[in-house]
Design a protein around this ligand. Structure first.
Ligand SMILES: *[C@@H]1O[C@H](CO)[C@@H](O)[C@H](O)[C@H]1NC(C)=O
Length: 236
């Protein structure tokens, strides 16, 4: 069972051609404080893992390219294209916990994140009509993401079988350039309303983006585990 824990640690480390990268120091399987050891591994190796590993087809997490995102609410249609997320490299690990007996683990991280995209918007935000297209930027302070996942080992490789996520944040700041064809007065009014009421606004427009950010992180970690056998993640 213990080797599974080490596989978790590797989630944030990088490897090429099935070998562990130098910035990853595997924990000892017999470490009585394994959670803490893995926390150190994630904190020290994680930032480099966010650069991606081309040899393993692992995409960078910072910058993270999300491409096209469509928000289709009854009152609002919003499309982001060429969506790019930055800031995850500077993440802070709050905690990592294994529940080995139940094949479950929880990772809790916080990062300051910026989402940039080209937007097309049409509909209503809060009760105000909004329309326009141009460059958009959303800055999120202390985005806190908690991922609880189930794992298994198959053919000597660690597999994430399921996960649940939750997120919250301290603040979101919106900048949509060129609202209303560049009408400054209308644009300024909308920005003030959006930024004064960032919580309902982010609830309306951002769940798709957050779900996608979390999915990419999980998917890239899955690729690492598919490429590197758990036996190489162990120090027995
Ligand atoms: C995010 O930025 C604020 C300052 O704007 C800072 O206090 C905080 O520690 C940062 N959070 C992280 C996770 O780096």
């Amino acid at each position: 069972m213990l080797h599974l824990f080490l596989a978790m640690a590797a989630c944030v480390a990088a490897a090429s051609a099935g070998t562990l990268p130098p910035y990853f120091t595997p924990c000892s399987a017999s470490d009585p404080d394994l959670d803490q050891c893995i926390e150190k591994v994630i904190s020290s190796g994680g930032p480099q893992f966010t650069d991606g590993i081309p040899a393993l087809d692992i995409a960078p997490l910072d910058p993270m390219s999300l491409g096209r995102l469509v928000i289709n609410n009854p009152a609002l249609k919003l499309t982001f294209t060429d969506t790019v997320v930055t800031g995850l490299k500077g993440f802070r690990l709050n905690s990592y916990r294994m529940h080995a007996d139940r094949n479950k683990a929880t990772i809790d991280v916080t990062a300051n994140v910026t989402v940039k995209a080209h937007y097309v918007i049409d509909g209503k935000i809060l009760i105000l009509p909004i329309r326009g297209s141009g460059p958009a930027k959303i800055k999120i302070t202390n985005l806190n993401i908690v991922i609880k996942y189930d794992f298994d080992t198959r053919d000597g490789h660690w597999v994430v079988t399921n996960y649940k996520d939750s997120y919250k944040m301290d603040h979101a700041y919106f900048k949509f350039n060129n609202l209303f064809n560049g009408n400054k007065e209308l644009g300024d009014t909308l920005h003030k309303v959006m930024n004064d009421n960032w919580e309902p606004v982010i609830r309306d427009i951002a769940p798709v983006a957050f779900q996608e950010i979390i999915k990419v992180c999980v998917d890239e970690c899955k690729k690492l585990f598919a490429a590197v056998p758990t036996a190489e993640l162990l120090r027995l």
